[in-house]
Design a protein around this ligand. Sequence first.
Ligand SMILES: Nc1ncnc2c1ncn2[C@@H]1O[C@H](COP(=O)(O)OP(=O)(O)O)[C@@H](O)[C@H]1O
Ligand SMILES: [Mg+2]
Length: 349
Amino acid sequence: MSDTQQKLREALSHDLNAQVESLLIAGNKITCVLKEHTAPDVRAMIEETLKKAAPFKQVVVLSTQSRPEPANPQPIPQPNPKPQPESSPQPANGINPSGIDRIKHIVAIASGKGGVGKSTVATNLAVTLARSGLKVGLLDADIYGPSIPMMLGVDQRPESPDGKVMIPVQAHGLSTLSIGYMLADKDPVVWRGPMVHSALQQMLGQALWGELDVLLIDMPPGTGDVALTLAQRGRLSGAVIVTTPQNVALADARKGIGMFRKVDVPILGIIENMAFHECPKCATKSHIFGTGGGVIEAKEQSVDFLGALPLQSEVCQQGDMGAPIVLQSESFQGYFEVIATNLRAKIKL
Ligand SMILES: Nc1ncnc2c1ncn2[C@@H]1O[C@H](COP(=O)(O)OP(=O)(O)O)[C@@H](O)[C@H]1O
Ligand SMILES: [Mg+2]
């Protein structure tokens, strides 16, 4: 037991302690899972005591009384998942042990095409939002090519207090989950459709996300089955489309926009990545892939333009080292702050 755990256990009376199934401290967050059938007033007392005992930490108290269904002991997908209801399986009563019901906004970061910088944008935007004081989560839904673990420098399996639910991994001030956390290095992912869906359902529905202002989902590329399922079932506030200025990327971005519109998910805006290159010596901007493609596309599609990002070799280097570029470069901090401000205005956050 760690010192903090001991201190918290001591702060709780004997009776309250008896109701605590597990107490986990990860970074700045204390997650307390209660035993089944813990009375609401006892739950409130435990929460209050923990908050008083650790005033600088975020306290999440979860009761297990309304766990929706028995879960798999391993956070690895099973080939034959139970059919899921169309909408979120969690009742919105705020006392579920896991799931997304206490997340204010879920925003998909999507593109029609791979390699345009979705994961880079999702990671740095999440860090920027967290630095502005919001509680932020990042879910890597790119099951076939998860890159969030590398971009955040995380090499850690999510812990599970009861062998059923997962605790998101804390990194750079974010709560994060990725299928990459659960795979041995370089394992090729060759799952069939139902297994992929099951993995995503687990990461959304059976993870202890707790209370978040916003959860960003790094979507798989394209408009395939997985993207469509998430768009339909993920309770999305909206989608942000990442594109580069080339015509091929713009054409694919259009397809992405079309898919979200078909399932009534609002498009919150377009981000143009690799929009230009700034010479490090003379600060001259060159538009390698053409000029203003994202702005024009946004206008044509009647969606907002959230901001542009330059093509800069440090982005790639830092991404590979697990150090998001906004933590290294003031100019990228500025670019991402513009995007974050525009996004917050769109979702009124
Ligand atoms: N603005 C940028 N400048 C330089 N390299 C970038 C930029 N954005 C992304 N990259 C690099 O391009 C590659 C693809 O980006 P990634 O975010 O993985 O795209 P996606 O998730 O859309 O497949 C990565 O190696 C990343 O580091
Ligand atoms: Mg990616």
